[in-house]
Design a protein around this ligand. Sequence first.
Ligand code: ZN
Length: 509
Amino acid sequence: MPTPVEALRTHLAPIEDLKAAAAVLTWDQETNMPEGGAGARAQQLSTLQSAAHERFVAEETGELLDRAAEALDAPAPLDPDAALVRVTRRDYERAVRVPSSLVAELSKATSQAQQAWKQARAHDDFSRFAPHLERLVDLSVEKAEAIGYEDEPYDALLAEYEPGRTTAEVESLFDTLRDDLVPLVDAIDDASQVDNAILRGTYPQSAQQEFGRAVIEDFGYDFDRGRQDVSAHPFTTAFSPNDVRLTTRYDEKNVASALFSTIHEAGHGLYEQGIDPALDRTPLGEAASLSIHESQARLWENHVSRSRPFWRQYLPQLRETFPNALGDADLEPFYRAINRVEPSLIRVEADEVTYNLHVMLRFELERGLIDGSVSVNKLPERWNAAMDEYLGVVPETDAKGVLQDVHWSQGAFGYFPTYTLGTLTAAQLIETIQDDLSELTKQVADGRFGPLLDWLRTHIHQHGRILEAPDLLDRATGASLSTAPWLRYVRDKFGALYDLSKPRERDRP
Ligand code: ZN
């Protein structure tokens, strides 16, 4: 007789297989599929996803969970059996609370909204998207009501991506951040701008690809258990820790674009490759949350690869790879160019400082949509006003403003804040890592990343979803999430880069 936990595991494994198979199809859709395949692919995905959903919300899952819970003794916090029951119970309760009629309506409304959003963006016409967005907001509120929440409906939506965190907590972190960040961006804007002409030139795609691969292999990304392909929007997906796919896109006129996107995605990929294989084919074999996922990408991208020590090692190699464009590039102007800060309109092109203001603006607006304080028809106006207030730039078109991101057309409310939570998490982790690894700077300058990767494997990657993000971070750094480490990092780095006089405000404790 299998134990109750084994029986639960056996029941869940094929559900995870169905989800992984759907992920393979999605990966293929974004990388290889001819356009003509879209109709058939949508049906195939829908079949696999509903098969997984139906098996998961079946009464059998609830019964197996009850039996497994009864059989557990008082568990240790890191006990994988107890975590399996806890995490599966949470997923199960969320899933069964949403009626299948609502799931179907959301899925239909989302696919219509995405078509409308593409059209609206192409024609710079928000009114084509507005009724669809309104419908998605209504359905999302209905979903939040079905799931339940403590303070406000947005809590229930946020918890999908960031279990263990509340809207109020995000608001408080973002308020602190905004108060310090807006004046910092203003001060940078007033300082003399860094020249980044050095990055422009001609960089053949194949050479960029080879260089990027070599760098992420040095980090420890394992190409025997992973691939890298090209897609319109870079992303990472995993079907198991032994099969992790990265994508990137190339700009032959700018060497920084694909390189940092490759490094960013590799940060996500290293996390996926580092999850304990024993958790595979269970709901625990995934990232703890989106912010933890994003923290891994930001850590490798910003803290490691936009640093001077890193380029001491890699600039000579980059110069050799692109002798025409970069043959005489010096470290200092190159370092400054890749760290240029400039308020701009498009989130995905923003630098690491202003990026967070783009995120805060979206968080405020989508929270307002969900609690009813922002109406869809006022959204473009509110968007532009917030851009002006936070970044001092206003888009001339909605295509470059409120219509730029895909998230809302996918009904993904609650997703945006995870980008900035990830940024804060990365800075908090790296402060702890610098304390633990006194040789880190030298190791990075030597291109030796093993100790850093080992630290991340031990404290973050291997645990999958065994710990919720707040608990995971607490155990890794000894503190709960704070804005202070990131603010210290940007003030030090960009204060020096832009020669800013003493910061106007000190860290809050
Ligand atoms: Zn990312």
